[in-house]
Design a protein around this ligand. Sequence first.
Ligand SMILES: C[S@@+](CC[C@H](N)C(=O)[O-])C[C@H]1O[C@@H](n2cnc3c(N)ncnc32)[C@H](O)[C@@H]1O
Length: 273
Amino acid sequence: MPDEDQIQFNKMVNDGLSRKYERLHGDIFNDIEQERLGKALKKAAEAVRTGAEPAHALDYGCGSGNLTGHLIELGIETVSADISEGFLDLIKGNFSRTGLSDVLAINGQDLSGVEDARFDLVATYSVLHHVPDYLGIVGEMCRVLKPGGVIYIDHEVHESYYDRTNEYVEFLSKARPAVNLRRYLKLLLDVRGYKHIIRRLIDPRYKREGDIHVWPDDHIEWDKIEQLLISEGFEVVLKEDYLLYKSIYDVDVYNEYKNKCVDERLLVARKHL
Ligand SMILES: C[S@@+](CC[C@H](N)C(=O)[O-])C[C@H]1O[C@@H](n2cnc3c(N)ncnc32)[C@H](O)[C@@H]1O
């Protein structure tokens, strides 16, 4: 699909699912993941060296405000940006009373209209794999950061996810319910969802939430992101590979395996002063 059509498709699906997004995403909205994310964002905020008080952040691909909420809790003035008006309306409803929140409608291709060196922190979580030219967007994030500012990229699959190590396969087989009756029943009753099954039969790479770079031969390449950041004058201040906790997992199994295998990466880097 041409990039512009893909972005229009993503805008349409995200407008449609914005109000049920948090209910659909037990991989994000659970206590274990929220605690990890809160701590990681705090470390990123502490790594900022721009001297700004308060700091100004951009939450790129904000969705319902997962990062925005954490950033505002840290006292950071946050511009929440998304291609979906549905999500931006949610942000206005949920955060405008804090006095620290603003929204920005973006085109999904670049950050045109945003001046150079505007932000102290630019953060993005579970977004790059939806963006056709994801390296181009990382370049734009670099551009809108001040010297001493920090880029935070999180919740993107680590390459080892595709390697399927023995430990990881064992973890998945033990952590996920053997038969997820609730899931099958939901799929069966969701008659409107049948169209997605048909589209998937026609196009095996069709994803109902507009994921693009999520395949063994087309996925987020962390090495390329890191090389780009270094070429833009950034230094890596935090790189953490972790095993994502999803609410469908057995928590005891997760605790047993969380130090044995990983499937996601967090990268935090600072622009040279
Ligand atoms: C999986 S959601 C993640 C939302 C949010 N960051 C979170 O932490 O829950 C993906 C988000 O990316 C947005 N998105 C999709 N394509 C995009 C693009 N090309 N540029 C910017 N945002 C995009 C969607 O509208 C949606 O809000």
